[in-house]
Design a protein around this ligand. Sequence first.
Ligand code: HGY
Ligand code: MN
Ligand code: MN
Ligand code: MN
Length: 402
Amino acid sequence: MGSAPPGVTGLLDGIAAVGRARSGGYRRFAWTTEDPTLRDWFDGQAAARGLEVVEDGNGNRLAVWGAWSGNAGEDALLVGSHLDSVPDGGAYDGPLGVASSFAAVDRLRADGFEPARPVVIGSFTDEEGARFGVACLGSRLASGATTPERALALRDDDGTTLADAMRAQGRDPRAVGPADWLAGVGRFVELHVEQGRGLVHDDAAVGVATAIWPHGRWRLDFCGEANHAGATPMGDRSDPMLTYAATALAARRLAGDARATFGRLAVAPNGTNAIPSRVTAWLDARASDERELERLVEGIVDSARAAAADDGTTVDASAESVTGAVTFDVPLRDRLAGLLDAPVLPTGAGHDAGILASVLPTAMLFVRNLTGVSHAPSEHADDADCEAGVDALAAVVRELAG
Ligand code: HGY
Ligand code: MN
Ligand code: MN
Ligand code: MN
């Protein structure tokens, strides 16, 4: 590394080409060809700072500042986020938290700060669940929220299991499961780009998270009968696409202040001139409380069944992953909000911090996103706000690991 550390946006530039699409967005799915490149970048950043890197059996990678074995009672401060993306994702969702962690180490070292307890920079594997369908798989497995048996059997669109995808990159699926190292962590603070405009309204570069809405993913399989698009009269069809369409409209009607999204479809046989035999649609639903989420999903599934009865099709619904409401550790949140003189705000987005909040005191810092857009190429945080995020994270590390 040169004499002056590169700063957080300089760090992000180092992975700007990885998984870049023509749209300007990113495709960085877990256990694909982009993954080793991102891991190499992580290892390179750790090595440039003299930090040792360890990987757990789930593919979560940890760079350690100080002496740490991951044993109970070591009380390390965990920071970091994830490097994978949704399809056509933005540059900041995930990588900002990892890059800011390295930049915070640089800033603290330049100030002569020596941590009194280990500081661990984490890069969690498969936060988005873009390939195998379950979000936050790395943190779920590490914390025991998902069993290895269930995770290893998950399949991508080509039918490849997680177990085979891990084997293809030299990992042993038998090592997947609860991570001992979590016992050696006292607190986790994840910095993340905001996925909304709360901080724009608050006129603040950095905020502290209060809570994550309950949310989940459901799979709806609509089945009908394939037939010729020209030769089959409209009244003679059993068309699952129509049932799906009625369901998507019902979801919008039922959502109110909650959220219901169908962002992914698989259509068989997927021919322009064939009525489909099957439409699989994935529902992402979120609401401010668990009862409301349950009611929303029940309402959508009931609407799907009613539409199927009208259309002469069938529908099967199953939950793929559901995460309850998360309230971040209140004393930690208040301490950080006071330290940073920052506003507090809730979010509708899920995070590894939301999963780990059930096993250790956890907090999140959000960095202002001027577009408010996320999971899309126009996701944006200004350089000055990213630097303010590093300042905030450095102050938090000084406070919690000093
Ligand atoms: O989908 C989510 O809420 C998150 O960004 N993984
Ligand atoms: Mn995301
Ligand atoms: Mn994220
Ligand atoms: Mn024909």
